[in-house]
Write a new protein. Structure first.
Length: 134
């Protein structure tokens, strides 16, 4: 997650490409989620992040998080690494959603709410097919 955010701050083209594949909800770390959301809201017309944005972050926790990311040595972040990061992020998000659905299905079964079970099972199937189709 930090690597993706670092790439967003390092390259004008990365944010536009990432926004087509992921959203803030895909991030599991709350600060990463909040940071990506802020960056997405404050991008300039061509899809890049203005350099002044980083220094204008008012949320001290997010500002500290961004500073930490910018100071970490992450080596060269190429396209293949970014693709892998996106795949992992999406995979983790899907696992989280599926686990939540499993729990909700169990609870609905315990309550003998067959309508809710059917609805949740359909949602689970939809998530599975979306995950398989990318």
């Amino acid at each position: 997650e930090k690597m993706l955010l670092r790439a967003v701050f390092s390259s004008d083209k990365v944010l536009a490409a990432l926004e087509k594949r992921i959203s803030a909800e895909d991030f599991s770390h709350p600060l990463a989620r909040k940071t990506f959301s802020l960056v997405s809201q404050h991008k300039v017309k061509n899809g890049s992040v203005s350099r002044s944005f980083v220094s204008s972050i008012l949320d001290k926790e997010v500002a500290g998080f961004v500073s930490q990311i910018m100071m970490e040595d992450m080596g060269k972040i190429d396209k293949n690494i970014l693709k892998d990061c996106v795949l992992r992020l999406r995979s983790n998000r899907i696992k989280t959603i599926k686990e939540k659905l499993r729990n909700e299905i169990r609870q609905a079964e315990d309550r003998k709410d067959s309508g809710r079970v059917k609805s949740l099972m359909n949602e689970f199937q939809k998530i599975n097919s979306e995950a398989k189709n990318g």
